[in-house]
Design a protein around this ligand. Structure first.
Ligand code: TRP
Length: 330
């Protein structure tokens, strides 16, 4: 039996190149390696902690599904489903919350960051903090533990959540015996992906490159990258160039060596940007096209997600039944 590898994707809209390089591409490669029994789900109830617009949330859900499939996630090879289609997750969420130390939640970083921000600007520390955000890690634990996940690939920002999941499982198991499987974090070294202004690519900095920008817009955006005023023939240091940094994520080792040599000989910034456009566009061209096809056929996405939910629910129900027997409610 293959080990279960679970990945949750929060639908928040407008995926960008940073999301792609940091999360989507590595996860697709993992799915395609066939090493694990892959479960990929759209964490829509996690988004509800922040997205309070029904039309938008619904749109984001379709967008995530279409994005992942556009990059080759194959719902025949892995299970693709939507969190809210599995009510068992919510039942387990409550059960687990009765085994969760409040102190853990106080220390969870998403919540802590919001409180900190409020305090820094002299506001009520709890302003804008809903209980969903506060107990976010419990819901995430329910996702993970319900499917008896062996491994969960996580970037540095999610590592703490995984530790919380393990601790909750241990508290439960301490009382009732080893019913919940302890998941392991599969730590991803997510490189820092710079945005158009050189800072980390992030929606909050408005420096992102949207994943499915058309060719014209993509070219325009790349042309916005600030450069120095060295003349074309002046040798340039690739290691201090944002263009080169981004180039390396998409080019082959051979191409990287070539561009490096061109920098050292002297390259015009217009040429460097054109080279960058070529390698990015090469990789995104086909997914962009597929994305458009997928997103315009919502009923097909519905069908796939419903099928995924069916495959997950029987497994989820088995474990939940055992848990409910054990705690004494059935
Ligand atoms: N919290 C994750 C994020 O922000 C999404 C997520 C929800 C998740 N549940 C999960 C990830 C379970 C892994 C496992 O991206």
């Amino acid at each position: 039996m293959k080990k279960v590898c679970l990945t949750g994707i929060k639908p928040t809209g407008n995926p960008h190149l940073g999301n792609y390089l940091g999360a989507i591409r590595p996860a697709i490669r993992m799915a395609q390696s066939g090493e694990f029994a892959g479960y990929y789900f759209i964490a829509d109830y996690h988004s509800l902690t922040a997205v309070h617009n029904g039309k938008e949330l619904s749109q984001y859900i379709y967008e995530v599904a279409a994005t992942w499939m556009a990059f080759g996630l194959d719902p025949k090879q892995v299970v693709l489903y939507q969190q809210s289609h599995i009510p068992e997750v919510m039942e387990l969420h409550w059960i687990l919350s009765c085994f969760t130390a409040k102190g853990h939640m106080n220390r969870a970083h998403a919540y802590k960051a919001m409180v900190q921000e409020n305090e820094n600007s002299g506001r009520d520390p709890d302003l804008g903090v809903n209980i969903g955000l506060y107990t976010y890690p419990v819901l995430m634990s329910a996702d993970i533990l319900l499917l008896q996940s062996d491994v969960v690939p996580v970037g540095p920002d999610q590592l703490q959540h995984l530790e919380i999941a393990r601790e909750i499982a241990q508290s439960f198991n301490f009382v009732y015996g080893d019913l919940l499987k302890l998941p392991k974090a599969l730590e991803q070294n997510v490189p820092l992906i710079p945005g158009l202004d050189g800072r980390k690519m992030s929606k909050s900095y408005q420096n992102t490159i949207p994943l499915f920008a058309n060719e014209k817009d993509l070219r325009k955006l790349l042309n916005k990258i600030k450069t120095d005023s060295l003349p074309p023939e002046a040798p340039k240091n690739p290691d201090e160039s944002l263009i080169f940094t981004l180039y390396k994520f998409f080019a082959t080792p051979y191409e990287i060596e070539n561009l490096k040599a061109w920098y050292l000989r002297g390259i015009g910034w217009g040429d460097a940007k054109a080279q960058l456009f070529e390698v990015i566009n090469r990789e995104l061209q086909l997914p962009r096209q597929r994305y458009q096809e997928l997103i315009s056929n919502r009923s097909e996405i519905d069908r796939i997600l419903n099928e995924g939910a069916e495959r997950v629910r029987s497994k989820a129900q088995d474990l939940l039944k055992k848990i409910k027997k054990t705690i004494g409610v059935i």
